[in-house]
Design a binder for this molecule. Structure first.
Ligand SMILES: CC(C)(COP(=O)(O)OP(=O)(O)OC[C@H]1O[C@@H](n2cnc3c(N)ncnc32)[C@H](O)[C@@H]1OP(=O)(O)O)[C@@H](O)C(=O)NCCC(=O)NCCS
Length: 235
C-alpha cells in the first residue's frame, strides 16, 4: 500500500512538536505555552507587584514605545486588566524553577498597538534576566503559535534604531528589515526612530524545516538518494 501523504500542516506540527497536538488551543484560557526553560502564561492581578518591580527601570522603558516611567503597580494592574487582543497574544514570561512556581521575568505580546497594520511582537525582560537567550526563546514560541494556531500570514516587530540587543533578538527570530519610521515614545515624550522588521509564513516554514546536518561515507560511489531512487545524472 503506498504511504499516506501527510498534509503540510501535519508535517509542520510533527517538526514543531507537541504544541501542534492542541488544535485551536487558546493560551490564556487555562492553557500556557511551555518552552525548554520558560512558561508563557496569562498575567493575573497577583503578578502586579513583580511586574512593576521588573518594569520600573529606565533601561527597559527607554526601548519600548508605550511603557511609562516610572512604572507603578497601578500601571501593571492596568496592563493586566487589558483584555488579550483579538487574535493576538499577551503573556507573562516565567522561568521554570525546580520544585517551585515559575518566576515571572518579563512579558511578550502580539497585537496591533498604535494602529499597526500587521500583528506586531513586543518583548521586555527585567534587567537581571538579560543575556541568557530568554527573549529569543519566548519570541520563538509566540511566533510558532501565531503562524500555527492563529493563522497569521505575516508578523511585524519594531525596534529603536539604537537598540542593538532588541535588533539581535529580532534577527534570531528570522525577521527581515522592512524599513524605518518615527514612532511616538511615552518614555522620551517625543518621536524616536525605529526599524521595522517582518517575517512571513513561507520564511518561518522554511526556517522551521531546516534539516539537521548529516554526514555519510564518501567513497565516490554512494547510492543516491540514500534510500532508493535514482542518481542525479539519471534525473
Ligand atoms: C532586548 C531584550 C528583550 C533582550 O532580551 P534577552 O533575553 O537578553 O535577549 P537574548 O538573550 O535572547 O538575545 C540578546 C542578543 O543581543 C545581543 N546583545 C546584547 N547586548 C548587545 C549590544 N549592546 N550590542 C549588540 N548585541 C547585543 C546578545 O549577545 C544576544 O545575541 P547573541 O545570542 O547573538 O549573542 C532585553 O534586553 C530587554 O528587555 N530590553 C529592554 C526592552 C527592549 O529593548 N525590548 C525589545 C524591544 S525591540
Amino acid at each position: 500500500m503506498p504511504p499516506v501523504e501527510r498534509s503540510e500542516r501535519e508535517l509542520l506540527e510533527s517538526i514543531i512538536g507537541e504544541a501542534g497536538d492542541r488544535g485551536h488551543a487558546r493560551p490564556g484560557e487555562g492553557l500556557a505555552i511551555e518552552t525548554r526553560r520558560l512558561l508563557l502564561r496569562a498575567p493575573t492581578a497577583a503578578d502586579a507587584a513583580v511586574i512593576a518591580e521588573l518594569a520600573d527601570n529606565p533601561r527597559v522603558a527607554q526601548n519600548l514605545l508605550g511603557m511609562p516611567h516610572p512604572y507603578r503597580i497601578g500601571d501593571a494592574l492596568a496592563w493586566i486588566a487589558e483584555p488579550a487582543p483579538a487574535n493576538g497574544q499577551k503573556h507573562l514570561v516565567c522561568v521554570r524553577a525546580r520544585d517551585a512556581a515559575p518566576v515571572p521575568i518579563g512579558a511578550v505580546t502580539l497585537d496591533h498597538r498604535r494602529g499597526a497594520r500587521l500583528p506586531t511582537l513586543g518583548c521586555w525582560l527585567g534587567e537581571a534576566f538579560w543575556g541568557r537567550g530568554y527573549s529569543t526563546e519566548a519570541c520563538h514560541a509566540v511566533i510558532d503559535y501565531a503562524f500555527l494556531h492563529q493563522g497569521h500570514e505575516r508578523l511585524s516587530f519594531h525596534c529603536r534604531v539604537t537598540n542593538a540587543a532588541g535588533r539581535r533578538v529580532i534577527e534570531k527570530c528570522g525577521f527581515q528589515w522592512a524599513g524605518q519610521e518615527l514612532q511616538a515614545s511615552v518614555f522620551h515624550g517625543t518621536v524616536v526612530a525605529v526599524d521595522r522588521f517582518q517575517i512571513d509564513r513561507r520564511t518561518w516554514e522554511s526556517l522551521r524545516r531546516w534539516e539537521p546536518l548529516r554526514f555519510v561515507e564518501d567513497d565516490g560511489d554512494a547510492a543516491w538518494p540514500l534510500q532508493g531512487g535514482r542518481r542525479p545524472a539519471e534525473v
